[in-house]
Design a protein around this ligand. Structure first.
Ligand SMILES: Nc1ncnc2c1ncn2[C@@H]1O[C@H](COP(=O)(O)OP(=O)(O)OP(=O)(O)O)[C@@H](O)[C@H]1O
Ligand SMILES: [Mg+2]
Length: 332
């Protein structure tokens, strides 16, 4: 079986500007794959090339086994795109919006009604099916559009920023929906986001995109582990720690850096949960009691800063795109 998404040296230029720069990518069937990056990183352009909506300057791609440059009709049947901008018809009801798509994709008449019912129920809009979409909230519209994207049972679903601008509750409804979709098996989901918590909560693997390139790729845990000293142990003890003791702890395997202030010990390490019991052992052998301890992991945001030297937010706040989209900064 071919991979769900395969891209080789995929490139898109706008004049001299390289929006997507020689990207190689392979996403396996059934994966929930995240494309993460700040505004203007090239995520949408990459998705648009993979879905046949934008021409390719250089390189090639196959999605659901279809060469995206060759067979647009086959590509349309095999995939679905829920774009960044909302596109459902405001003057129609939720049901009618799905019905039009079902007809467009030639879903047989007998299957149309049950399929629409199943989908509207799965996105919790069945009760609102007869209401005009103009009366829906942003979160409801987004859910409707995801349901619409599934009408023809695509093999690969592309979601571009599906939770942008939504309140936390609506975001979580969409997260639950994506988790449900995964359970069915078979469906591959490509999710574009610049919300790091979203990528961390949902994705099997994440590609971090910056300035048209994939700068890191792996599971969220792998990406975090790639940063040396990515775990932080905070330990509070009952007596000040001597130099000898601090140096003994520094020499434990996995320890990268140690800071101490009176009875507070901060250890930067790889594999923090593994290390904690050993630190406690060393301390108690010296007659020191641990009063409190915690292990925290760095976030994908920290990984991004580590890789690029900039925060995603700084980048987004300066972005022309964010302003053009009229989005408040906190959503950028
Ligand atoms: N049609 C176009 N003509 C010229 N430049 C473009 C065009 N489409 C995109 N770009 C530029 O390509 C770069 C990548 O844009 P793209 O929309 O792919 O980014 P993105 O990662 O999706 O950003 P966002 O998070 O804001 O959606 C940006 O600098 C953008 O201005
Ligand atoms: Mg985009």
């Amino acid at each position: 079986m071919t991979a769900a998404i395969e891209a080789h040296q995929l490139t898109r230029r706008f004049g001299k500007f390289v929006a997507v720069d020689h990207v190689d990518l392979r996403v396996e069937d059934g994966e929930l794959f995240g494309l993460l990056g700040p505004n203007g990183a090239g995520k949408t352009t990459l998705i648009r090339m993979l879905t046949g909506l934008q021409s390719i300057s250089e390189g090639s791609a196959r999605v659901a086994g279809v060469d995206v440059r060759r067979d647009t009709a086959a590509l349309r049947r095999a995939i679905s795109v829920v774009p960044q901008a909302l596109t459902s018809d405001l003057d129609l009801t939720g049901y009618e919006n799905l019905d039009i798509y079902a007809r467009f994709f030639s879903v047989p008449r007998a299957q149309r009604q049950p399929r629409i019912e199943e989908l509207l129920k799965s996105v919790e809009l069945w009760d609102r099916r007869q209401d005009l979409v103009s009366t829906y909230s942003g979160g409801m519209r987004r859910r409707l559009e995801i349901a619409r994207g599934l009408i023809h049972r695509p093999r690969v679903l592309f979601l571009d920023e599906p939770t942008i601008g939504l309140d936390p509750q609506s975001r979580h409804v969409i997260w639950d929906l994506m988790r449900e979709l995964r359970k069915g098996g078979g469906l591959t989901i490509s999710l574009t986001t610049h919300y790091l918590d979203e990528a961390q909560a949902l994705c099997d693997r994440v590609a971090i995109v910056d300035r048209g390139r994939i700068v890191a790729l792996g599971t969220p845990a792998e990406l975090k582990a790639a940063v040396s000293g990515s775990d932080t142990l905070e330990i509070t003890v009952d007596a000040p720690i001597s130099d000898t003791l601090a140096s003994a702890i520094s020499q434990l395997p996995d320890v990268r850096k140690l800071d101490r202030a009176d009875v507070q010990l901060t250890v930067h390490a790889d594999g923090g949960t593994r290390l904690l019991p050993r630190v406690i052992e060393v301390l108690s052998a010296a007659g020191i009691k641990v009063l409190a301890a915690s292990v925290s992991q760095i976030s994908l945001e920290d990984v991004f800063i580590h890789l690029t030297g900039r925060s995603m937010r700084d980048n987004a706040a300066n972005s022309h795109d964010a302003r053009r989209a009229g989005l408040p900064r906190r959503f950028s």
